[in-house]
Design a binder for this molecule. Structure first.
Ligand SMILES: Nc1ncnc2c1ncn2[C@@H]1O[C@H](COP(=O)(O)OP(=O)(O)OP(=O)(O)O)[C@@H](O)[C@H]1O
Ligand SMILES: [Mg+2]
Length: 270
């Protein structure tokens, strides 16, 4: 009955990168990221953080969990304290910080997460879905991780809640240079934010490259139950109509510029 959830996976992520992790349901995304902070131990192979084997003798896995923060799928189910602030303090306290330090960290993380102060002293169970999600993310941010891994942080949220969370993540990446690994089913979000995309297919690493290069394989992605962003299909449609556009475009903003460029070029010719 033995089976492998992941196989022959080897890759390296640089400091400060924004990585998008995609793959069909059951392809192994959640399993993979739990190896990165040592929650799961591979049956063979290993994981290095800053050049050190995290499963090596004497390696401090507890400290690693503060440096590589993992926000689980539906993290709001893990809120358990009586009020939001206590919940967010849990991580830093567990790292050995004093109550006062933990509280400072928690408040800063809550502010970063965008949850307004009125909610900090409430029970997590009184919050809306999006607010709970923010509180749960704050709980990880309070440990000030160097790497932040988020497993579908926008699943089940309305478009506004989704954009707000992604903007928060993007800000952390830009202003604090936190390395981000974002698991998402939205090719639009991935195309917009990721420097590189890691594609998992049935437990194998299929591609690891820039969005432009990965989305070129949109036919192959479709066979894996994935796709390219909608706008990429539109660009291919324009190309099929004989308009000489760049088909590697993955965001609406890029498409807008490209279409205007072609329009201007043709206008001058006319
Ligand atoms: N410890 C394990 N040993 C063997 N197989 C496992 C183990 N844990 C999970 N699996 C299997 O590995 C596969 C990948 O599961 P995983 O939850 O990582 O996928 P996923 O890409 O996160 O899916 P989703 O998009 O639905 O969240 C599943 O078929 C799962 O049943
Ligand atoms: Mg998953």
């Amino acid at each position: 009955m033995e089976s492998y959830a992941l196989r022959d996976i080897s890759f390296e992520i640089q400091d400060g990168e924004f990585i998008g992790l995609i793959g069909h349901t059951g392809s192994g995304k959640s399993t993979l990221i739990q190896h990165l902070n040592g929650l799961m131990r591979p049956s063979s192979g290993t994981v290095y953080f800053n050049g050190e084997d995290i499963f090596g003798a004497g390696y401090d896995l507890r400290a690693l969990r503060g440096k590589v923060g993992l926000v689980f799928q539906y993290p709001e189910y893990q809120l358990f304290e009586t009020d939001v602030l206590a919940d967010v303090k849990y991580g830093p306290k567990n790292m050995g910080l004093s109550d006062q330090e933990a509280e400072e960290r928690a408040k800063e993380a809550l502010a970063l997460s965008g949850l307004s102060e009125d909610f900090w002293t409430r029970s997590p169970f009184e919050l809306s879905g999006g607010q709970k999600r923010r509180a749960a993310i704050a709980g990880v941010l309070a440990m000030e991780p160097q790497v932040l891994i988020l497993d579908e942080p926008t699943a089940g949220l309305d478009p506004r809640g989704r954009d707000e969370i992604l903007e928060t993540v993007s800000q952390l990446h830009k202003s604090r240079h936190v390395t981000i690994i974002l698991v998402s089913h939205s090719m639009e979000d991935i195309a917009r934010y990721a420097d590189r995309i890691l594609v998992l297919n049935e437990g194998n690493l299929q591609y690891f490259d820039t969005p432009k290069r990965v989305f070129k394989y949109y036919r192959e992605l479709e066979k894996m139950g994935l796709s390219a962003p909608q706008i990429t299909y539109l660009m291919h449609g324009l190309r099929d109509e004989g308009i000489d556009v760049d088909t590697s475009i993955g965001t609406i903003e890029e498409a807008r510029e490209e279409i205007l460029r072609i329009y201007e070029k043709n206008r001058i010719k006319d």
